[in-house]
Structure formats: structure tokens, C-alpha cells
Design a protein around this ligand. Structure first.
Ligand code: ZN
Length: 329
């Protein structure tokens, strides 16, 4: 198999014996490696620091959040993550970082949601709070007017998401106006909110630990699931490193992890589209997804050691990264 990249595009993908003249090209012997499309992280927070105190760290000065975001963008690219969706930042700083790195080879393409929108006092304080369906709709319009690529709302609260914060009827006008403007809307739902968000027709559900067979059936064909399983691994890990509430909640986190795997299984069984999301920066890890390779497509490819189809961990063994045809690591 041979792949030729020129001017940021894939210009040949096919058998080596049919390859065009590549005399002036840099030749990479990729024996033993797999060429995979640039990875995608569908749930990221570039301004977040991750770790056990991620919520407090979103309150750091804007200049620090932006510096952190720039660093995360560059780190992500070196790891082969060439597209990322930022699903929430204080003060819409994710729109700023998206615009600052647009077109750079050493940063991923970023799709940004602006600031989270939630029911008053039902989400951390850096959120845009609303008190009614009308305010929710107005807040979504405000984020889109500010340049958000998608809208992010929270539909339940608490670690297990037992308290649902909007009804289907309250969500419907907001989903409608976002779609009228050709944008997407995604919902944070850790528990019972998933059923409500799916019924309201959102485009994706973040976390979705509460997705069961019935909700998955509603989601199939229109609502994707972004499971962010690494968050629960982090919470369980924080029990040992940070103690406190994570130690107290360790068994609950383990139960939630089981529930999360069951949710992914239910989604897969129902044919729901599932997207990878690390939730880096938010309650999880530091910055550490999927595209395609075709002739004429972008030259965003990653060489990994091994075969990720039989061994997904090969995706962590990144050897080389080419973004827009340029080698970045
Ligand atoms: Zn998140």
C-alpha cells in the first residue's frame, strides 16, 4: 500500500506498484505500522486543567486559561488528534482559541460550543444560567451569534444525573432554533437527562451513562453518544491520589462505570452512532478521534505502531503525525 501527499492533500492511495512518480518526495518506510486518519476528540475542554480540582481551575484568570488552551492544542496535535470539539469554556474562551489557531499545522481544527448553558444553580458557576425555556432559547441564540459552532446545554445534574433540569417541551424550541440556523446542539446528561434530551431531538449526548435500551432506540439515527469513559477512570484514580469526596464516592464511581459500559453496549445494539471523547480538561485527564483517508482528502494522517483494529491500544503508540501534509511529530 502506498500513500502520496502533496500540498496538504492525499493525491494517491493504492497499491505500491501503481503509485505515481514520487522522485522528489520524502519516502517513509512504514513497515509494521498502520496509517490511520487524524484522530478526533469529540469532548474536550481546551481551557480546563483536568485533575481532581478541574472545576475550581476554570476560575483561573482568562490569560491563564488561554495559555493552557494553546498548549493543549499543540500537545494534542503531536499525539495525532487533529480535530477536536470544545464543549464548554468560561467566557466563550474556546471561540478565541479556535480562532487563534485556525489553519495552523501545529494545532487541531477546533469546533467550539462557547459557554455551557444550564438551569440556574444546577451546574458549576462558570455556566450561563437560565430560568425558563424562553431564556434557554435566547441563550442558545446568543452563543450562536457570538460564533459558536454548536450549542452545549446541561439537562441533568449531580454525578449520577438523578435530577433532570429541563422537560422535553422546554428543550424543543431551543433544539428547533439551533437546527434552523444549521448548527448542532449537544446535551450534557450523566443520568436521567439522556431520555429527555433524546426525546427532544438533540444531535448528541455527552457522557450518557444513563442511556438504556429505550433511550438508545430513540437516539438511533439522529442522536450520537459521546461516552467519555475516561472520566470515571479518573474519578476512581482520584480516590487514591486525592482522597476526600473521590474516596467517599469510589464505589459509586465504580457502579457508574459499569452503568456507562452498559450504556455503550445498549447504544451499539440499537445502532446509535458512538463518538470518542476524552473530556480532557474537565474532570478527567490532561490533553492526551476519527476521520478518513481518501484520494483528494486532507493529508491528515497518523502512523501508529501495530494494527489498531486488533489492538486499539496501538492508537497510543503514535509514531508520526502529518497535519495538512506537514510532519508535526
Ligand atoms: Zn466535559
Amino acid at each position: 500500500m502506498s500513500l502520496l501527499m502533496r500540498d496538504g492533500r492525499v493525491v494517491y492511495l493504492g497499491p505500491a506498484d501503481g503509485e505515481p512518480d514520487g522522485r522528489d518526495a520524502d519516502v517513509v518506510d512504514a513497515s509494521g505500522a498502520t496509517i490511520v486518519p487524524g484522530l478526533v476528540d469529540c469532548h474536550a475542554h481546551f481551557t480546563g486543567l483536568g485533575g481532581a480540582n478541574w472545576i475550581a481551575r476554570f476560575g483561573d484568570p482568562d490569560s491563564e486559561l488561554l495559555a493552557r488552551a494553546d498548549e493543549a492544542a499543540r500537545a494534542l496535535t503531536r499525539m495525532g488528534v487533529l480535530t477536536a470539539r470544545d464543549v464548554g469554556a468560561p467566557h466563550r474562551l474556546n471561540l478565541k482559541i479556535r480562532d487563534a489557531v485556525r489553519g495552523l499545522t501545529e494545532a487541531p481544527q477546533i469546533l467550539a460550543a462557547g459557554t455551557w448553558i444550564a438551569r440556574r444553580d444546577k451546574f458549576p458557576p462558570f455556566t450561563v444560567f437560565v430560568d425558563s425555556a424562553a431564556e434557554l432559547r435566547a441563550a442558545a441564540i446568543a452563543e450562536m451569534n457570538a460564533g459558536a459552532d454548536l450549542v452545549k446545554i446541561a439537562v441533568d445534574t449531580g454525578r449520577t444525573g438523578d435530577e433532570v433540569t429541563f422537560t422535553v417541551d422546554e428543550l424543543a424550541p431551543t433544539v428547533k432554533v439551533v437546527h434552523e440556523r444549521g448548527r448542532k446542539i449537544t446535551a450534557h446528561a450523566q443520568g436521567k437527562g439522556a431520555a429527555v434530551a433524546a426525546a427532544a431531538g438533540v444531535d448528541s449526548i455527552e457522557h450518557g451513562f444513563g442511556v438504556n435500551a429505550a433511550t438508545a432506540a430513540t437516539m438511533a439515527g439522529r442522536t450520537a453518544l459521546v461516552p467519555t469513559l475516561s472520566v470515571l477512570e479518573s474519578f476512581i484514580g482520584f480516590a487514591a491520589t486525592d482522597g476526600g469526596r473521590f474516596a467517599e464516592g469510589k464505589h459509586a464511581s465504580e457502579a457508574l462505570r459499569e452503568q456507562a459500559f452498559a450504556a455503550v453496549r445498549a447504544a451499539k445494539k440499537a445502532g446509535v452512532r458512538i463518538a470518542t471523547g476524552s473530556d480532557f480538561g474537565g474532570g478527567s485527564v490532561r490533553p492526551g478521534h476519527l476521520a478518513w483517508i481518501e484520494t483528494g482528502g486532507p493529508a491528515d494522517v497518523v502512523l501508529v505502531h501495530g494494527d489498531p483494529l486488533s489492538d486499539p491500544a496501538a492508537l497510543w503508540r503514535v509514531w508520526r503525525v502529518y497535519h495538512r501534509g506537514e510532519r508535526v511529530s
